[in-house]
Ligand binder design. Structure first.
Ligand code: UD1
Length: 419
């Protein structure tokens, strides 16, 4: 079992290159299963969730070769349409394989997905949407059996909320369906655009990705392509929050600033200077941060829920009171009790968290409760005086590639210790 030990109180300063986006890589890996030729994905982050997707692809019969941040997938010999429980449980986004499986194989059997504990994360919208495309679905004893008679059929789907995973699943299922599919109230996240970009490069006809109405004109079959995954906007926001919490200065490289824009206001309100380049963001923090009046998580282009926990860690050392309202997930404050171990002053009432900034945090032993909550603890430990220990870091490994190396390059005293 590994823990991170962090000797905090060091001002972070230097440069960091942002990796490829986890939330793009996962659905695009699932999408490669639909292809009829080899695909090459570049800028794939080395994350345990990516490992889990590769395991699923291999289990389905794809040949997968990984070299550095490049993954080559040859789906031409894929033959399997079942994903066993132990692979499904490794991550929640395994549910996006359902759309690809039913489209390509005509039948699929999977169990319910695993993933972060952020409150109830049902898959009802995924199921209802696939049914609208003609899939016959039977949910029993924790497993989802799905089949189709003939090709899936395009339809108009009005999502009651712009679910990211559901939008992706509909795209995957409908890309080779008969006729036209329209998704109303689709998720607009950059990762949806990246998925559509990949599929279009393989011969799909998807328009409107990035807007709330997406149109998919079904094609007979997909070829393959070489595609570069976009950079991870949440990793970028996390390093910005880490630098800001230590009064530091960081230059993010290989980043897509437009996608990180929804968090800029919060850093500026906290007193940070930002210089935005074509593919760089320079953040210069003041010695003491100001409070941010309100951080309300919203769907893109609103403030991302995935950046809420890292920003909360930063707000714990600001001067004054910051209010958070989490509107996306019901139970996304599990990091709060752990942050309080460092001396943070946070009160939670349902979806609202009130953070009273303190002068200093102190070293603590804490356990990562989920991926982004784990990143928040790393930030608190970086800002705290003394040596902290963070356990349960398998959560953090799901979403941050080369975390220790990158933070060490910024001057952090952080190491991974195996017990
Ligand atoms: C994706 C991201 C995750 C991010 C989230 C919101 C990936 C791999 N994960 O997760 O990092 O935090 O978007 O930006 O891309 N819901 C239902 N029924 C469903 C599906 C969703 O009620 O069938 C609800 C969820 O419980 C949640 C809300 O919709 O409250 C948003 O979820 P969704 O956008 O689907 O998130 P994910 O795709 O799971």
């Amino acid at each position: 079992m590994a823990v991170l030990t962090i000797e905090g109180g060091k001002r972070l300063s230097g440069e960091v290159e942002i990796h490829g986006a986890k939330n793009s890589a996962l659905p695009i890996l699932a999408a490669t299963f639909l292809c009829n030729e080899k695909c090459t994905l570049q800028n794939c982050p080395a994350l345990s969730d990516v490992d889990a997707s590769i395991k699923i692809l291999k289990h389905l019969g794809c040949k997968v070769v990984r070299e550095g941040d490049q993954i080559e997938i040859d789906p031409t010999a894929a033959h399997n349409c079942t994903i066993p429980d132990e692979l499904m449980r490794e991550m929640r986004s395994s549910i996006v394989f359902l759309g690809a499986l039913i489209a390509k194989c005509g039948k699929a059997r999977i169990s319910y997905p695993g993933g972060c504990e952020l409150g109830p994360r049902p898959v009802d919208l995924h199921i209802l949407s696939l049914q609208k495309l003609g899939a016959l679905i039977d949910e029993r004893f924790g497993s989802i059996r799905c089949r189709r008679v003939g090709r899936l059929c395009g339809n108009t789907i009005n999502l009651p909320l712009p679910s990211v995973g559901t939008t992706e699943n509909i795209i995957l299922a409908s890309v080779t369906a008969r006729g036209i599919t329209k998704i109303h109230n689709a998720a607009r996240e950059p990762e949806i655009m990246d998925l559509a970009g990949f599929l279009n490069a393989c011969g799909a006809k998807i328009s409107g990705a990035g807007d709330s109405v997406i149109t998919i004109e079904g094609v007979e079959k997909l070829g393959g392509c070489t595609h570069r995954i976009i950079s991870d906007r949440i990793e970028a926001a996390t390093y910005m929050a880490a630098a800001a919490a230590t009064g530091g200065e960081v230059l993010l490289k290989k980043v897509q600033p437009d996608y990180v824009e929804p968090v800029f206001y919060a850093f500026r309100e906290a007193g940070c200077e930002l210089e935005i380049g074509a593919d760089t963001i320079l953040l210069r923090a003041p010695a003491r941060l100001n409070r941010i009046k309100l951080i309300r998580t919203q769907v893109y282009p609103g403030f991302p829920t995935d950046a809420q926990a890292p920003m909360m860690a930063m707000a714990t050392v600001a001067r004054g009171t910051t209010m958070f309202i989490e509107t996306i997930f019901q139970n996304r404050y599990r990091h709060v009790d752990e942050l309080c171990r460092f001396g943070a002053n946070i009160k939670v009432e349902e979806r609202v968290a009130i953070v009273e900034g303190v002068d200093s945090l102190y070293a603590a032993e804490a356990q990562a409760t989920d991926l982004r909550g784990g990143a928040a603890l790393v930030i608190a430990a970086l800002a705290a005086h003394g040596e902290s220990k963070i356990g349960n870091i398998r959560h953090i490994d799901r979403g941050y590639a080369e975390l220790e190396t990158d933070l060490q390059a910024l001057g952090a005293h952080i190491k991974r210790v195996d017990y």
